[in-house]
Ligand binder design. Sequence first.
Ligand SMILES: [Zn+2]
Length: 84
Amino acid sequence: MVDISPSKVLLGLRTFKVVKCPRCGFIQITTASRNVRCFGCGFSWSLEPDLILFSSPDSEKARSFLLRLKRGEDAKFRRASEAD
Ligand SMILES: [Zn+2]
């Protein structure tokens, strides 16, 4: 018999977090709980609540949030460049 206490199960659950790099603003999904390495600029930074845009144990939810966010940013960039 393997004894798995509820707290161990919770600790084993991965949380998928959509995070934003404080240096370059690159947005990515991470399962890290303390330090994140940015895929955009290579900077390693520690997770802070302010930099976590979304978190869920469901990777699909995190992924769709990220996609919506990136689509929204693209639209904003386009508007900004058209107005310029
Ligand atoms: Zn970065």
